[in-house]
Design a protein. Structure first.
Ligand code: COA
Length: 533
């Protein structure tokens, strides 16, 4: 087997510097993740506990098979917004009775578990993951419904949540709702649309309108229990399929439902235990230089994430600023595309298009490791057809049908982000390292372009140009673009599925590959757009 060599020197000052910078970013990231874990804070957590209730992550832990992992997704949703980090909902993939499931859980300690615009985005992303990977969907419900002050952002698009549940069902993907508390108004359609429902005695409240609303609407006097309690729904309305006496009982019953789903993966697990990489995963901390302008060899990353560090490179002598090749990751075959020197030229673009087609012919998932400043600009390159060659790569990635995984390890700028399967190109999962940065272009370039345009505009109008004001403006723009390029900011906007510790890359990708293989992995045999030659 062709094992990758490594030239990484852990004693070198560059390595130590990169590691220190990465550790500092990880410490910062831990602080932000801690905010998501803290939910609504001490006061609301205490109150929740006093009511004898479990927190959302505790509910998930009890639901999952013992000692199995939970791949939490989008924990930083809403970061940098007016809403609490985590967006009052926990989502992720875990195994229940041996079945990989997509799990969502409202966090009732954050504004009563009400859904704000970021909760909606997070929930819709979770549904998309369940749908594309054919993962049964389990909703652990306890929510005050729409976050009322932000209703204008969520009411109309929010209808998609209920639509998705029934589309999952129609596609043969099971949906289960376990109602721990409030699930009123629109929220009532979560159990209403799900295949299976569990409700809890004296806890579940599932009604279209609570007692005050009913009084307003019809004058009828009512109470929570008769309008939407578990007992009523289990005995009278028939909305509850399963009646639980407490939270633990409800979780136990949810596990029994999953055990009886007869949900089968399209592909068996790879045989045997995969060989770990030959190099220490710890060293992934020291590969990406703090200054992303300094190039690094992505083979050092590949060598630390693929089985046995074995990698068969495709076209190693051609289009050398993009590394392409075949490997296995936790036993699953993968084709890898990784930027080497940052810039994509015509040769790299054509090589990528060919490689993506090969993976489609062979039904092999693709992994994109981003570190690109985009496609090459300049007269020579325009005349050499960089637009049509970049378009070939974007065509290939857009129409490819094998599952894609993207990891932003360094820069991901310009159309290079698209060609490398950025968020808009629907990778099944996209993660970022703390070292990543993504924007239309680098902050200095963007500020410089704005300044050139402003200067030219002033000149055209015959007006003087204020150089001092220009310098101030450039500095301000640079700072703003830099802040907007950082992984926590992008993760807050749900432009990725999470910011991960580089050392976890292999584990995270392995969990994703396993989830992906629940649905059939079938490449496109044709159906690409016209390739401009
Ligand atoms: N939108 C915005 N804020 C909400 C909210 C909502 N839908 N539901 C609750 N909150 C806020 C509360 O105002 C409160 O804020 P505060 O502590 O700063 O005063 C905080 O979340 C906690 O709510 P609280 O009522 O104290 O929690 P609870 O656990 O006792 O009750 C609910 C939770 C969900 C039962 C209750 O808040 C409620 O009935 N909310 C409105 C439900 C509703 O009608 N939603 C519209 C559906 S479309």
């Amino acid at each position: 087997m062709p094992s990758l060599p490594s030239a990484l020197d852990p004693a070198a000052p560059e390595y130590r510097q990169a590691t220190a910078a990465m550790r500092a970013k990880l410490a910062e990231l831990d602080g932000e993740h801690a905010k998501a874990l803290a939910g609504g804070g001490e006061k609301y957590t205490e109150r929740h506990r006093r009511r004898g209730k479990l927190l959302p992550r505790e509910r998930i832990e009890l639901l999952l098979d013992e000692d199995t992992p939970f791949l939490e997704l989008s924990p930083l949703a809403a970061w940098g917004s007016d809403y609490p980090v985590g967006a009052s909902m926990v989502t992720g993939i875990g195994t229940v009775e041996g079945v990989e499931c997509l799990i969502t859980a409202n966090d009732p300690t954050v504004r009563g578990g009400a859904s704000n615009p970021w909760t909606l985005k997070k929930a819709l992303r979770a549904n998309e993951i369940a749908y594309t990977n054919r993962l049964p969907c389990i909703s652990l419900v306890e929510s005050g419904g729409a976050d009322l002050p932000s209703q204008k952002e969520i009411f109309i698009p929010g209808g998609a949540i209920f639509r998705d549940i029934t589309r999952l069902s129609a596609a043969g993907i099971p949906t289960v709702a376990v109602v721990f508390g409030n699930s009123t108004a629109g929220g009532a359609y979560i159990p209403g649309m799900s295949d299976h429902t569990v409700m809890i005695r004296e806890r579940s409240k599932v009604f279209l309108g609570g007692p005050p609303l009913v009084k307003m609407a019809t004058g009828e006097e009512s109470d929570d229990e008769s309008l939407g309690g578990a007992e009523m729904h289990a005995r009278t309305s028939g909305l509850a399929d399963h009646f639980a006496v407490d939270e633990h009982d409800a979780i136990r019953q949810a596990r029994r439902i999953v055990a009886r789903l007869n949900h089968r993966k399209a592909h068996p697990d790879p045989a045997g235990l995969a060989e770990p990489p030959k190099y220490d995963e710890e060293e992934l901390l020291g590969i990406v230089p703090e200054d992303l302008k300094t190039p690094f060899d992505p083979r050092e990353v590949i060598a630390r994430i693929v089985d046995g560090s074995d990698f068969d490179e495709f076209k190693p002598l051609y289009g050398t600023s993009l590394v392409t090749g075949w490997a296995r990751l936790h036993g699953y075959p993968v084709g890898i595309l990784a930027n080497a020197q940052g810039v994509l030229f015509s040769a790299e673009s054509q090589k990528a298009a060919q490689f993506i087609q090969l993976a489609n012919q062979r039904d092999i998932p693709l992994l994109f490791l981003h570190n690109t400043t985009g496609y090459m600009v300049g007269r020579e390159y325009e005349q050499g057809g960089i637009i049509k060659h970049g378009a070939m790569m974007i065509n290939a990635v857009s129409n490819s049908k094998v599952p894609h995984l993207s990891v932003l390890i360094g820069a991901s700028y310009g159309a290079g982000h698209y060609g490398m399967c950025g968020r808009a190109y629907d990778p099944r999962f996209l993660f970022a390292w703390p070292s990543a940065k993504s924007a239309v272009m680098g902050p200095q370039q963007l500020a410089g372009v704005l300044s050139i345009v402003a200067r030219a505009s002033a000149q055209a109008k015959g007006q003087p140009y204020d150089d001092d004001a220009d310098a101030g403006l450039r500095a301000m723009v640079e700072q703003q673009i830099e802040a907007e390029s950082l992984p926590m900011f992008l993760s807050g906007r749900l432009y990725d599925d999470g910011v991960i510790d580089p050392r976890d890359t292999r584990t995270v990708l392995g969990l994703c590959l396993s989830a992906i293989h629940t649905a059939p992995v079938e490449g496109a045999r044709g159906g690409f757009g016209i390739f401009r030659m």
